[in-house]
Design a protein around this ligand. Sequence first.
Ligand code: MG
Length: 231
Amino acid sequence: MIFGAKTDIGKVREHNEDSFGCKDNLFVVADGMGGHRAGEVASSIAVETILAGNISQIDEAGLKQLILEANNAILAEAEKNPELAGMGTTVAVLVLFPHKAIVAHIGDSRIYRYTAKGELIRLTDDHSLVAELVKRGELTEIEAKEHPHRNMLTRALGTKGNIEVETMVLPVQPGDRFLLCSDGLTGMVDEDTIGQVLAGNDMPKVLAEQLVALAVERGGMDNVTVVIVDI
Ligand code: MG
């Protein structure tokens, strides 16, 4: 297993409120929101709490529980510190075992699997207003990209005590390449282009840098974070 990661503030935002972490077979991306530096605090609490968990034997239920602990830690910090009230974060988590992967997420940070055959498969459905509207047939994917409320999430950590985490388990094949990213990538770079970059033979770190550079070149409207893991 080889991984590489890159994050960038982008061209518009004053702070980078994304956080990421990689430890052993655990990979996390979180995209925080909130005034002042609250988003940074929320996303870093989420990443630190999850990285501190014991995941050696973890299953879907255990991973959900760990994400709920992160949620509680964010709520507790906001309670203690009024400046941080209302902070929240997305989270996308990948745990890799020899023959399977567990994926969990909340919000619009995504996880993709790029197969040895060159297929790019999105493993997560965004928990966002526009994704719900696309699912219901009320918006097209293209309209969703231009929608004034495209950043509005329907689920985020830190918003309430009982949050619904979405998880899945999938088999892992030799040659699989996983991508975790914040919406600063997918808002700027279409999936065809992401697939073309992931087809490259370079190391994950180089590919992560290429994807982030593309997102910034194409406008960099948001913080952008990319983690790539090769099996
Ligand atoms: Mg973002």
